[in-house]
Design a protein around this ligand. Structure first.
Ligand SMILES: Cc1ncc(COP(=O)(O)O)c(C=O)c1O
Length: 378
């Protein structure tokens, strides 16, 4: 494995490589969000000095002695070739709790602490398809809070057990009910917040810190890891935080960057974006992306297009990705599948794909032949 290491100090790196806007970003409002125990800015910058050719070996070297929450972000960007098409994949499953959600969970909790919304002995309560729940449960374990997560019953057992492993209480609710039903995972979380003293509801679907986390970290990382040569960003839409924040940052740096969202068949985003029509949603198997209603964290103005992907396309492409050594989840299969379609119209362009979580979370589902056959995906 070849590694190229930049030996310049963080200060020199900033002086040499970051333009004025980026310096403003690092030392301005975003830097204020990255201080204290969550992300130590100096260490973060030191890691950045390795971009764009950093390796896991180098990362681990620099992470020695750090709080686990400081290991959030700065994930590798690696190439993979599928069907003759090369894509640049951002390995978000290498975040400490195993998904991209660590970034926004850390931002939301730090903000709540600063604003006095979350206090010692407090309880974090959130509705989650699993990954945000795991990220919040990890942060709660480190910071000494209690954590309750409500989760729809279609989500994998692996995710449920992961949250329990971090010490969270998990409440499983029916998937196939409307969002305003008292049984939905949103309503149950909101009710528990009302009933629990000293509790905090991060509200990932409406909290501006969700997309800000990506504006402040995922976007800049991709920009510097590609030396500003990114042409197209392809990412799934769950809450919309990833694509809105990352896309906003990249478009500010270069308005020509195309931002393409990925939505599962059955979710409402695709038809709303393309035809202004709010469809009646139906249940689909891909976890983490798509919604049965519109959400505030998604900024449609950032999107150039949305591609719709079926469960089968997502899972089969995810399995193909594993054959190339990248063991990712179903939403990653969906974005890669979409990126391959996009590449036909963007020949020779550098396409960056965000892979939110690991295949380890779906061993009993998309990586289980019996489950795949039972659901007619094989
Ligand atoms: C597996 C997976 N992929 C993609 C996403 C989408 O990210 P975002 O909520 O930022 O749109 C999520 C969100 O929960 C997820 O869990």
């Amino acid at each position: 494995m070849t590694t190229k290491k930049c030996h310049s100090t963080p200060k020199k790196f900033v002086k040499n490589f970051l333009d004025q806007k980026m310096q403003k970003y690092f030392f301005g409002s975003c830097a204020r969000n990255l201080k204290r125990d969550f992300f130590a800015p100096k260490r973060w910058l030191r890691d950045f000095s390795m971009a764009p050719t950093e390796t896991l070996v180098n990362r681990n070297h620099f992470l020695q002695g750090m709080n686990v929450l400081e290991a959030i972000g700065n994930t590798p960007l690696v190439t993979v070739t599928i069907g003759g098409q090369t894509l640049w994949t951002k390995l978000e499953f290498l975040n400490p709790s195993g998904s991209i959600k660590d970034r926004m969970a850390a931002f939301m909790i730090e903000d709540a602490e600063k604003r006095g919304l979350l206090n010692t002995g407090g309880t974090i309560i959130e509705n989650s398809s699993g990954n945000t729940g795991a990220a919040l449960a990890m942060i709660a374990a480190v910071r000494g809070y209690k954590c309750i997560i409500t989760m729809p019953d279609k989500m994998s057992d692996e995710k449920q057990n992961l949250m329990k492993g971090y010490g969270a209480r998990v409440i499983v609710t029916p998937t196939d009910v409307p969002p305003d039903s008292p049984e939905s995972y949103y309503s149950v979380a909101k009710r528990l917040v009302k009933e629990t003293q000293n509790s905090f509801y991060p509200d990932q679907y409406n909290n501006p810190k969700n997309s800000e986390a990506h504006y402040c970290s995922t976007g800049p990382e991709i920009w510097y890891q590609t030396n500003g040569t990114i042409d197209v960003l392809v990412a799934g839409i769950g809450t919309g935080g990833t694509i809105s924040g990352t896309g906003k940052y990249l478009k500010e740096r270069n308005p020509k960057v195309k931002v393409i969202g990925v939505d599962p068949e059955g979710s409402v985003f695709y038809d709303y974006f393309r035809y202004g029509k709010l469809i009646t949603p139906h249940v689909y198997k891909i976890e983490g992306i798509g919604q049965d209603h519109l959400v505030n964290a998604l900024d449609f103005n950032i999107l150039d297009d949305i591609i719709q992907i079926t469960d089968k396309e997502a899972f089969l492409t995810g399995r193909q990705l594993a054959q190339q050594g990248i063991f990712a989840g179903g939403s990653s299969g969906a974005v890669v599948s979409a990126a391959l379609k996009v590449s036909k119209h963007h020949k020779g362009k550098k396409i960056i794909v965000i892979l939110p979580d690991s295949g380890n979370r779906y061993l009993s589902k998309m990586y289980n032949d019996e489950w795949m056959k039972k659901n007619r995906f094989l």
